[in-house]
Design a protein. Structure first.
Length: 540
């Protein structure tokens, strides 16, 4: 598939020139303190917030992983993308007022304000741990797969080149550079994916030929309850737990919201991102379905499901356009990496380093964050060989690992905002017990061949069902321990729970509320429409 020509390389060169031009533009006349570097000065508009949320989320696991999972099992994997719209509304309508009014830089800092220092350290450490196991390692793996498939560059060399380029502009420009490049990358990403889908549909013979060739089982979002990967029970009860952690409490995503001008801009950004999250089904999963149809027609060959997207790019697109689409692949990889680099730097410096060295200068704080990110990249590279032990598909691997670490964090955040009686003792107990159960499951998956038969049931639980059980367990432990111990100090709940939100915050939250309600309702109707069309009945 190594068929790049001069026109393709030229398209990629132009893309990189545009990206670095956006970095230079973002730095014009900006100061270099921590608030500017980590939160872009807190004056970003709603359209940049929404585009950045989408572009940061749409990374390696989507272009490579979603198409791969689609090729392996159909469109059901898109449920995670579709459900995200509901949870983004939860972020915008429930969590945003508390996050912005509290003035925090990070999610661990919010936990300390609401509970105590211990949950803050736990979330900071677990977030960095999760970034290494999922975002960094997966992005580097996908970078190697894409560049090797399209250009013939060695897997490790390709991953290394992308790391260096992305690291340079992220470390140099801070969050504002990430936000501006995310906006550029979102446009290139969508354009490239549309091109692959359109050329693919043409090669198959149209939509009807596609659905007829692959069969109705590939075109339904709803799988039986005993499906090993995406049972409908897991989608309804387990997937939202993962989504609450990812969209509402993860620094990687919420940092974009924290950079917004005000509550209204942040909320509108989440609604825009919710609409954009309806596109992955058509732009990222559907190429995998198209690849399956072309394999059945004998037009292409797939070495593995994760090769679906780069195979279509190489086999179907003409020179020049092929380079632009390759740029969209690189765009997604760089957008994901740059976002996680900046978020990891923020957590490492503000929630760990600054806590230990509160008098460190602004310059030292920024430099320590840069060094910390470099160390995380090294650990991410070292973890790559262990990834396929958990799952042979990138996207399923991501969801599996998140199912083991996210439920207790989601429980603590939801209880913190919704239940004033939740206290630090309950939060610590919930996080600690959830950590033991979640990491225990991950270790058991890695060492399952050596487990005694009596433990096989623990590994055999579907990861989405496990996430729901772990969430319920975490909530019960938090509630029981909180009720058995002293009430939280009023300072830990004032302005940070539903019952105690201040009147000025309520007034600001009412700005533009009618318009945002209309758009939110339209988003919900869109999701229902997609669910209905891809229920399986339309293709029988």
């Amino acid at each position: 598939m190594h068929i790049f020509v001069a026109a393709d390389w030229l398209a990629i060169a132009v893309y990189f020139a545009i990206v670095f031009g956006a970095v230079l533009y973002s730095r014009r006349g900006r100061r270099r303190d921590a608030q500017e570097y980590f939160l872009a000065g807190r004056n970003v508009g709603w359209y940049v917030v929404g585009a950045s949320i989408f572009a940061s989320n749409i990374g390696a696991e989507h272009l490579v992983g979603l198409a791969g999972s689609g090729a392996a099992g159909g469109v059901a994997v898109a449920q995670f993308e579709i459900l995200a719209s509901f949870i983004l509304l939860l972020l915008g309508w429930l969590f945003v007022p508390f996050y912005l009014s509290s003035g925090v830089f990070t999610m661990p800092e919010f936990l300390e304000r609401r509970y105590s220092a211990a949950p803050r350290y736990y979330l900071a450490g677990m977030s960095i741990f999760g970034y290494i196991l999922t975002k960094i390692s997966v992005s580097l793996t996908a970078a190697g797969i894409v560049l090797q498939a399209l250009t013939g560059i060695d897997f490790w060399l390709g991953a290394g080149i992308l790391v260096v380029i992305t690291g340079i502009y992220t470390m140099w420009g801070g969050l504002r550079a990430v936000l501006y490049t995310d906006s550029v990358q979102a446009i290139v990403l969508l354009g490239g994916s549309i091109a692959v889908s359109l050329f693919g549909l043409h090669a198959v013979g149209g939509w009807h030929a596609l659905t007829t060739t692959v069969g109705p089982q590939f075109m339904t979002l709803w799988k039986p309850a005993n499906d090993p990967n995406f049972p409908w029970t897991g989608i309804i009860f387990g997937a939202p737990i993962l989504a609450i952690w990812y969209w509402c409490t993860d620094q990687f995503i919420v940092q974009r919201v924290l950079s917004a001008k005000n509550i209204s801009n942040a909320r509108e950004g989440t609604v825009l991102a919710g609409f954009l999250k309806q596109t992955p089904l058509f732009l990222f999963v559907m190429p995998g379905i198209i690849a399956v149809a072309l394999v059945k027609m004998g037009k292409i060959h797939l070495a593995s499901p994760d090769q679906a997207f780069p195979t279509l790019v190489a086999a179907l697109l003409p020179a020049g356009i092929r380079g632009l689409v390759a740029a969209s692949l690189i765009s997604a990889l760089m957008g994901s990496l740059s976002s996680v680099f900046n978020s990891a730097a923020t957590l490492f410096t503000l929630d760990i380093f600054k806590r230990l060295y509160p008098d460190a200068s602004e310059r030292t704080t920024v430099r320590v964050g840069q060094v910390g990110v470099a160390a995380m990249v090294i650990f991410g590279l070292l973890w790559i060989p262990f990834m396929r032990i958990v799952s042979g598909q990138l996207y399923t691997y991501i969801q599996s690992v998140q199912a083991y670490v996210s439920p207790p964090i989601a429980a603590v955040f939801l209880a913190g905002v919704l239940w004033p009686r939740a206290n630090s003792f309950g939060a610590i107990a919930s996080l600690a017990s959830g950590f033991v159960l979640g990491i225990g499951r991950l270790v058991c998956e890695i060492t399952h061949a050596k487990l005694p038969p009596a433990m096989s049931w623990f590994v055999g639980i579907n990861f989405l069902h496990f996430a729901f059980v772990l969430f319920v367990t975490s909530v019960v432990i938090l509630a029981v321990v909180s009720l058995l111990t002293a009430k939280p100090d009023p300072a830990q709940t004032d302005g940070l729970t539903i019952r105690s939100i201040s009147e000025p915050v309520k007034k600001e939250a009412r700005r533009g509320r009618g318009r945002d309600l209309v758009w939110s309702a339209l988003l919900i109707l869109t999701v229902i429409g997609v669910w209905t069309y891809f229920s399986g009945l339309m293709f029988r």
